[in-house]
Design a protein around this ligand. Structure first.
Ligand code: PMV
Length: 342
């Protein structure tokens, strides 16, 4: 970088959907249990970072408009990462970001947003000769911004959290999960938007309610086992077992919410209606369409390519009626982030 010129970089980074869920934190932004996710494709964020030498200052535009409401989270992020890399304090940052999906749609924009920003910061650190570029470092920084974001820096599947059965796994960053059966490369994720708008309880609060939760210990033990089960399923390509485990993980996440103190319910009647319809259709037709849930009311409908015609029929004949304003997003397993010429 020349002294007076800004350093500019730009990344496109996707959202992800967990198959085994992260719910509960320990220490600073470390997971209470390991998790594994599909990286998505269509749902992504593009972020351009311009860093000009000067005192630490931030401005952020979302879809071309100044968004001061996003500043506190981004300021916190820069505060934490500049403790690790003090050279980051010597810049004025101008951030331009846009999502392919509305940030109010209830789809985790923090995973794509924080991973895109972390990748830009790692480019800056490389330019400053502080660190060489690595997805692992980007994952570590993304985690500091939002836990699940650390899994978005790889294509395919990503694993986050120390687990004896996942070589090289760490609580501090995600690693790519490879060697899985080819069928998973054909997976779709149709996101049925049941409720647009922000959630009644943030995931930050949700995670904290695991402290002292009556079922926390059992959950962490079960998640540990589910990670090993999921690993075996992903290697074997056993879709019956996949469907069973993915759905139980989603419902266990929501069971934890419903049994927290205070308790809360993020599912809506339409969420349950969609779950019922997917299960009834599966029993009737013998396909492998299943559901999973994030910390919200929307339903992620997962299925392999071989079942795409069943999925289309199910959505158009039934599920679309349960979607707010008839909205759903068609997504699939993606290849991970891309650096884009700024
Ligand atoms: O990354 P956070 O802090 O928003 O937590 C997300 C947690 C879940 O989406 C519910 C599960 C997961 O593993 O992504």
């Amino acid at each position: 970088m020349k002294a007076s010129e800004p350093f500019i970089t730009q990344w496109q980074s996707p959202s992800n959907i967990a198959l085994v869920k992260y719910w509960g934190k320990k220490g600073f932004q470390l997971p209470s249990n390991a998790s594994i996710s599909f990286t998505l494709d269509a749902c992504h964020t593009t972020t351009r970072l311009a860093a000009t030498p000067g005192d630490l200052h931030l401005s952020i535009r979302v879809n071309g408009k100044e968004q001061p409401s996003f500043l506190p989270k981004i300021e916190q992020f820069f505060k934490h990462i500049s403790e690790l890399f003090p050279a980051l304090k010597n810049f004025n940052y101008s951030i331009d970001t846009s999502n392919t999906f509305p940030h109010s749609s209830g789809i985790a924009s923090s995973a794509s947003g924080m991973s895109a920003l972390a990748l830009c910061v790692v480019d800056l650190l490389a330019d400053l000769n502080e660190e060489s570029f690595s997805p692992e470092l980007a994952s570590n920084l993304a985690r500091i911004g939002s836990g699940s974001a650390c899994r978005s820096v790889y294509g395919g599947l990503a694993e986050w959290g120390k687990h004896a059965n996942f070589t090289g796994s760490s609580d501090e960053y995600a690693i790519p999960f490879t060697g899985y059966d080819e069928v998973f490369n054909s997976f779709h994720d149709d996101i049925l938007i049941v409720h647009e708008g922000s959630k009644s309880v943030s995931s930050t609060v949700g995670h904290s309610l695991l402290n002292g939760h009556a079922f926390a210990t059992q959950r962490f033990e079960e998640a540990e086992k589910n990670m090993s089960r999921m690993k075996a399923i992903l290697h074997s390509g056993d879709l019956d077992d996949f469907v069973d485990l993915v759905e139980r993980e989603a419902l266990m996440l929501h069971a934890l919410m419903m049994t927290s103190t205070p308790s809360f319910i993020l599912m809506k009647p339409e969420t349950v209606a969609i779950i019922d319809a997917i299960r009834a259709d599966r029993i009737e037709k013998g396909h492998h369409i299943c559901f999973t849930l994030d910390a919200g009311a929307n339903v992620h409908m997962l299925y392999p390519e071989k079942d795409a015609h069943y999925a289309n029929e199910l959505i158009t004949s039934k599920l679309v009626d349960y979607c707010e304003n008839g909205r759903y997003i068609r997504d699939r397993i993606g290849r991970g982030p891309k650096r884009i010429h700024a």
